[in-house]
Design a protein around this ligand. Sequence first.
Ligand code: PEP
Ligand code: MG
Length: 313
Amino acid sequence: IERKEDKKTEVVAKAKIITATEVKVNISIPDGAKRAYETGADGVGLFRIEHMVLGLPKHPMKYIRDGEIEEYIQKLYEGMKAVVDTFYPKPVWIRTLDAPTDEFRAMEGGENEPIEANPMLGFRGIRRDLVEDIHFRAEIRAIKRLVDEGYTNVGIMLPLVTRVEEVRRAKQIIEEEGLPLSKIEFGVMVETPAAALIIEDLVREGIDFVSFGTNDLTQYTLAVDRNNENVAYLYDETHPAVMKLIEHVIRVCKEHGVKTSICGQAGSYPHVVEKLVMLGIDSVSANPDAVERVRETVARVEKKIMLDKLRGL
Ligand code: PEP
Ligand code: MG
């Protein structure tokens, strides 16, 4: 692997403020990798691969029905490599496919997507990855290729986890595909109240990190559809119920040495970031245009925490 020492120096110079809490960046399409890297972010806290998949000429299941799974894996590999290579050696947490049926039905060959009354509560995230494990295995094979090439900065993150069995099964499949878990960082998103409330059990399954998906965590905790304008005024990531879940997860993860992060939209909001840094979150992943502002917020809060400590408060 070509080491990008020159580029690293240039970017470090741009990221003037150094913080203890890492400030990472979210990526949705491989073409956005360069711009995201230039923010000086400490890594990618969320690489949403479904946007890349939605941009393919046909639905993943169509590739599979057409006997072209290798072509699908190759496309996943190329997209992932663009991000992982750009950021090397900084970590890139790749989220496995989180495909809601309504979004994927529009694709060429997507006519078999089930019609659901509540796609957000339906066949998506890790539950889908495990039922249609052919998708999941394709992603793991693409990631394995990167790991085999020597990339040591790859992480896998599971979306919409609600049960320990999902974590257990996902780990089994990863190992079955010949990708040793010791060669990657492995984590889960905490984006359902269920995941937050069973965090101790999830941690016991063996995870390196959790990342708060506050977009979903907020909608499921408050029973507020994140896409429904009629109830948008009730959508609040800082609602005490959401904050209590987050606080609980950070406390338990700290006890067990599991890293905590946030990759939901709230990670781009200074008033939320302030609260999370106070709670001791390890990293915050923001949109590219928010990275600088978030870094400034993190630095200001860390300074305040240190000064308060010095003053014995
Ligand atoms: C979230 O739910 O906060 C999240 C980051 O995932 P997505 O927005 O892709 O559902
Ligand atoms: Mg989500």
